[in-house]
Each structure stands twice: as C-alpha cells, then as structure tokens.
Design a protein around this ligand. Structure first.
Ligand code: HEM
Length: 471
C-alpha cells in the first residue's frame, strides 16, 4: 500500500536538519478551543505554515510544525477510555507510570517526580507542539510569539518550552557526529542527504499504524479515523554529564591500555568523527564518505570482515546494543525493534578548558509504531541488560571466544550504572572471554530530566480530533 505522504506528520518519516527546535509542553484547559486550535494548525491559519507532512515541497521551509498528544490529552479531546485501551499498552500507562519508568531506567534522580518543565505530573501534560526552525533566534522567537498568542486565545496553557540548538557538524554533546544511522522504511520518501546502508529495509508498519509490520501483523487502534498513518513516540529530555564522560575516558583508558579516543570509540561503536569501529577498528582516520559510514554488518563468513565477537566494535557499545544488526540476539532480531531518532542537542557546547555547570543534553522524539516493542524493548532488554546476546563463535572457532561472554553491565551512555554495578567489557581473543578486560565502578552519565509518551495522529486524524473536541 502506498503511503499518502500528505496524511503523515513529517517528523515520522523525514529528518528536518534544522538549526533549532522548541518543544511546547501543553495542557488543554478548553476542549472546544483546543479543537479549533488543532484545525488552525492543520490548515496553516495562524500565520505559520500548516502542520508539516511527509510530502516535501519544492523549497525547504523555514518552519516545521508537528503535534502529538498524550493519553490524558486524547481523553481531554473526547476519546473514551474504551477507545484509549486499544492504544499501545505503554502509551496508555504513560511515561510517568512507575512501572514504565522502572523499565526504562527512570529511577533515582531520573525518576519522573524529579522531571522538569511540568512533565513530572503526567495528568497535566496533554499535548506537545514542536516547532523546528531552519534559521536564527529571531525566527524562532517570532514564530513562538505567534503560537503563544494562539495558546492563550484557544485555552491552552504552556507548561514549558524545551529548546534545542544544533551543534556544528551534527555533533551531540559527547562530541560524536550523530544522525548517521536511521532505519530505511519501506515506502518512505528517500532520505535527502541519504546515508545508505545495506541493512534490510524495515516494514512500514513498524513506524506507521495500519501497515504490515515485521511480524506480518498490523498495529491498529480505535477509532479507525486515528489508526491509519499515525505513530507513537517517546519524548525525552536527556541531560549529559560531559565533564563526567571526559573524566571516565581519562580514568579508564589507561586501564585498558588504550588512549581516551579509542575508549570513546569503544563505548559508542563509532569514533567521534562518525566512522564505525567495524570498518575502522584501529584509528579514527578521516571521515569516510557517506556511502560507507553505515555500510557494515557485525557477522561475516569472511574472517577479515567478521566481528561476531565484538573485538572491533564491542557488543556492549551504544550502537551495537541499540541496533545489534545481524548479531545473534535472543528473540526477534533487529528489524522488529528499530527506532527513528529525532532528537537534537540543547545547552551550550562544552569547552574542556573552561568547565562549567551549564545544563546540556539531547531532547526530542524516539519514534515507533509500538512503544512497548520498540523504544521500551530496546531500552530495557538491550541498553539496560546484557543477557540478550546469543552464544556464537566467529570464523576462528571457540578458542577465539564466544559473543555470549563478551558483554557486561549496561550501556555506558544510557545505563543506570550504579557505581557498584557498572561494567563495560573490552573483548580480547580467548576461550570463554578469559582475556577480556573489564572496566567497573563508573557512574551514570545521562540523566532523564523529562519524558512523555506521545501519539502523532495522521493529518486526517488531527481533523477528526478537532471535530470531536469542538462538537
Ligand atoms: C543523550 C543521549 C544519547 C546520546 C548522546 C546518543 C548518541 C548516539 C551516537 C553518537 C550514535 C551514533 C550515530 C549514528 O549512528 O547515527 C547513536 C546511535 C544510535 N542511538 Fe543513541 N544516543 C542517545 C540516546 C539514545 C536513546 C535514548 C536511544 C533509544 C532508546 C538511542 C538509540 C540509538 C540507535 C538506535 C542508534 C543507531 C544504531 C545503529 O543503527 O547502528 N540513543 N547514538
């Protein structure tokens, strides 16, 4: 089935590549007013372009707008509880639910009760309106002023606005180049600045409701008007301790007999310039051309190319945990658990020569058709656990080791990493991992400062909701 791009909210299928973003966290006080506001946004009647769709225009616009709702928000607009119970089970519970929070590592300081921007009380968070601007501060502020006038006119309260600003060269705050690997989605518009990869494309239904998914089924919900072309997302505000990360590299690199940059590459799976360790295992080199940056697998019959054991790219590195590609995992493999990442940095760039206490991190959406089977699965089973790796030997046989023994602890980036439990394995050849080196005792580096589980309706779904609320 062809996707009607003009019925799909743009951020699901397109990366906008912009300078800055602002996410408005909203509470709906006036149901009918919110209905009118949704319609004005969809039709572009506020002096801003209409809600951005996946249909590209001739020219790149300055403003991009997308809107999503929480379960409480949809209930405010008039959906019944019986209908909402047909939605993704985790979405129904919401990001502040204690069980959900525990599953994704939102504990201790990162627990929902400590979240900022009004996100700590899930009952008050109804909608997220995201504005992306390919331009300067002025353009962001003037578009924000227009939206804020509309919020007060239509009875919508702004709980907070979460800003993001791109860093040079698409970097994130730990200094790595980002936005390289994204799933290729069947039927989606081709990525403009395409970074091809040779992983299998992923069934449309993993990202849009109403299409066949990787399990040959369909994610759908009631009412039908909201089912086709919609999607779910985890909105996250993730604060990064950059000084802590640099100090980890300095402290532990020596223990592993490598320099800090090599350890930085090992914990991520890519060098800071974006080159994958699988292709560049020994040194960073100059950045590979785009068509090579993502063209790799972990398993090969060719001994030179094979990395079953994670001797080049550790099995516990961030990219290998969050997408094990063809590496053997317990249960369904990678294609069933891919995620579209639409997050940008916030806060000023960190200068190691002038360490400061400013808040900085990553904010945005992790998009999928099933929060339970994608975002939550990846986080709880792969990022926060190390028991998902199947027993496997490489072309060198079991004397070289077994993948099963070559991972420990949680993701160095995203793990909860209590100091008495944290651990990262640098695998070395040897029977049952006997020569492996482990680093332990490092602290948590990324803290959750906010989150919400969101539903992105299709454009026709937005019209349906507008009518429901106004009616
Ligand atoms: C502040 C938090 C985070 C940082 C600093 C970070 C950093 C990175 C970096 C540097 C890459 C490599 C660039 C690329 O392949 O495009 C990457 C890839 C990736 N990250 Fe994260 N990430 C963060 C949060 C998350 C979260 C919350 C998830 C999902 C639960 C996630 C899932 C992924 C995935 C799926 C990939 C691509 C892996 C692949 O296909 O090879 N990341 N991340």
């Amino acid at each position: 089935m062809n996707i009607s791009y003009d019925d799909v909210q743009g951020t699901i299928l397109r990366g906008y590549r912009v300078e800055r973003a602002r996410h408005f966290i909203l509470r709906i006080d006036d149901k009918a007013g919110a209905g009118e506001l949704i319609l004005k946004l969809v039709d572009g009647q506020l002096g801003l372009p209409p809600i951005t769709t996946a249909q590209r225009g001739q020219q790149k616009p300055v403003h991009f707008l997308n809107i999503s709702f929480t379960r409480v928000g949809l209930s405010r607009l008039g959906l019944s509880d019986a209908q909402l119970q047909t939605f993704d089970a985790s979405f129904y519970k919401g990001a502040t639910d204690p069980g959900v929070a525990a599953d994704v590592g939102d504990c201790d300081e990162s627990a929902p009760q400590n979240w900022i921007g009004g996100l700590s009380d899930g009952s008050q968070v109804h909608a997220l309106l995201s504005l992306w601007v390919d331009g300067g501060e002025e353009q962001l502020e003037s578009a924000s002023a227009t939206l804020r006038r509309a919020f007060s006119e239509y009875g919508v309260a702004e709980l907070s606005a979460q800003n993001a600003v791109a860093l040079p060269d698409n970097r994130v705050h730990f200094g790595y180049r980002d936005s390289i690997a994204q799933p290729t989605i069947d039927g989606a518009p081709p990525r403009k600045r395409s970074i091809p990869d040779d992983q299998p494309s992923v069934a449309t239904g993993e990202f849009l409701l109403g299409y066949l998914n990787e399990s040959n089924g369909y994610y759908s919900l009631q009412p039908e008007e909201l089912s086709l072309n919609s999607s779910f997302a985890a909105f996250r505000i993730l604060e990064q301790d950059v000084a802590g990360f640099e100090s980890l590299l300095q402290t532990y690199a020596g223990q592993l007999g490598m320099d800090a940059e090599m350890l930085a590459a090992k914990v991520c799976g890519r060098w800071r310039n974006g080159n994958p360790l699988t292709l560049m295992p020994n040194d960073e080199g100059s950045t590979l051309p785009p068509d090579q940056l993502n063209a790799f697998h972990y398993v090969s019959h060719d001994a030179k190319q094979d990395d079953t054991l994670g001797l080049k790219c550790p099995i516990g590195s961030h990219i290998r945990r969050s997408n094990p590609r063809d590496g053997g995992v317990v249960g369904a493999g990678s294609p069933s658990h891919r995620i579209v990442r639409r997050a940008m940095p916030y806060g000023p760039e960190y200068d190691p020569n002038q360490p400061d206490q400013q808040k900085r991190g990553l904010v945005g959406y992790f998009i999928n058709a099933s929060l339970s089977n994608q975002f939550e699965f990846v986080t709880s089973q792969w990022i926060l656990d190390s028991h998902f790796v199947k027993s496997a030997t490489g072309p060198g046989g079991s004397e070289q080791g077994n993948a099963f023994f070559n991972i420990s602890g949680e993701d160095v980036f995203l793990g909860v990493n209590h100091v008495d439990q944290s651990s990262f394995t640098d695998a070395r050849p040897g029977h049952k991992g006997q020569n492996n080196k482990l680093i332990t005792g490092f602290p948590r580096l990324i803290h959750t400062r906010g989150g919400a589980y969101c539903f992105f309706p299709s454009i026709s779904g937005l019209r349906y909701l507008a009518q429901l609320a106004s009616g």
